[in-house]
Design a protein around this ligand. Structure first.
Ligand code: ATP
Length: 339
């Protein structure tokens, strides 16, 4: 049994999700201790518990300690079975993070899967669905795994109530990926989603984006959502390049001005542009797992985040690979994954 210390690095939920995914992929039991030890509310929250339940459901595995607030979990995976699954987080906990746990294991199943997850689709500190659709999944498709995520209903923090449906075809062998240059910029634009809130919030966000990014009106889009999408707002800045698309998101929050939400997203986008790296910090930590499963890969990124370093350390506990990071030039780091 592999024992993982959930308090290492940032002591965050990613340690649990990566451990479950790799336990399923390698068919090795795992025990995770001190789960989310460094978070204000340690232990399993609804999102993490749903991820555990999903890991159990797709493999008929067994979990001890699968309760809200639990700080230790023992998971014994069974063989991964494809099929139709439905998971309800019950809060605005992130649907995409639950998906992250079972997406790769389901590639190993003998038949296709359809996974419906309800909860948050656009909440802070998690990949919004647009990020998966535009940035992450096209890279996975290039690795040989076409995965399709459909957003049925937006779910914003704190109300939740969103829904995504994901179709996964079996693909037990992933091809490696080299992503050292982003290539020519093809298109850049911003979208402000607004649901049951005054439209001036979206307009002010886009005005700020126009000023900070020096973009024209034709690059700025208000996306008004119908009432069944709950209440909320998110702003996406999309940079499409020849080899990669990046998405930077600001999340509307009560008490935070539209201008501040926009500035946060623009700052991330401007840092990325200045770095000249192929991938931004979020894509970097999320690409590690598929590249490690492929057994080879390389990409350039701006300075490694603690999320990145922790995720790499967990992955190296399960797989016979080495993840090396070297400074390439003033702004870029080279990440190399080798067997
Ligand atoms: P915890 O509450 O313990 O922090 P968590 O389970 O909610 O845990 P993290 O462990 O912090 O989440 O992991 C968050 C993941 O979401 C990381 O992979 C990170 O890169 C990704 N992420 C966060 N914000 C964004 C964003 N704006 N765009 C894309 N991905 C994001």
């Amino acid at each position: 049994m592999i024992i993982i210390d959930g308090s290492q690095g940032e002591g965050e939920g990613q340690i649990l999700r990566t451990s479950l995914a790799l336990s399923l992929w390698t068919q090795q039991p795992v025990r995770i201790e001190h789960i989310r030890a460094k978070r204000a509310k340690p232990g399993l929250l609804r999102q993490h518990l749903t991820a555990v339940q999903a890991a159990v459901a797709i493999s008929k595995g067994q979990a001890k300690g699968a309760e809200l607030g639990s700080r230790a979990l023992t998971f014994s995976p069974g063989k991964v079975q494809g099929g139709d699954f439905r998971f309800a987080i019950g809060t605005a906990g992130s649907c995409t993070l639950v998906l992250q746990t079972i997406l790769f294991p389901l590639l190993l199943a003998e038949r296709a899967s359809t996974v419906t997850i309800t909860g948050g689709t656009h909440n802070p500190s998690a990949p919004p669905v647009d990020f998966l659709q535009r940035a992450f999944l096209p890279l996975l498709a290039r690795m040989g795994a076409p995965v399709e995520v459909t957003l049925k209903k937006h779910g914003f923090f704190p109300g939740g109530g969103g829904e995504i449906v994901t179709r996964i075809q079996p693909c037990p062998i992933l091809q490696g990926l080299e992503l050292c240059e982003r290539g020519e910029r093809r298109r850049s634009f911003a979208e402000a989603y607004i649901a049951s809130l005054p439209v001036h919030i979206a307009e002010r966000e886009l005005k700020t984006v126009g000023e900070l990014m020096n973009w024209r009106k034709e690059q700025l889009f208000v996306r008004g959502l119908s009432g069944h999408n709950g209440i909320g707002n998110a702003l996406g800045i999309i940079l499409e390049h020849e080899h990669v698309t990046e998405v930077f998101t600001g999340f509307g929050e009560r008490g935070v001005s539209a201008e501040t939400v926009a500035k946060t997203a623009c700052d991330e986008a401007l840092d990325y542009i200045a770095s000249n790296a192929a991938v931004g910090p979020h894509l970097a930590d999320q690409l590690l797992l598929p590249l490690a499963l492929a057994g080879s890969g390389r990409f350039t990124m701006s300075a490694p985040t603690q999320h990145f370093t922790t995720n790499a350390a967990v992955i190296e506990r399960f797989l016979p690979i080495r993840i090396g990071v070297e400074k390439k030039d003033l702004t870029r780091y080279d990440t190399l994954i080798v067997l």
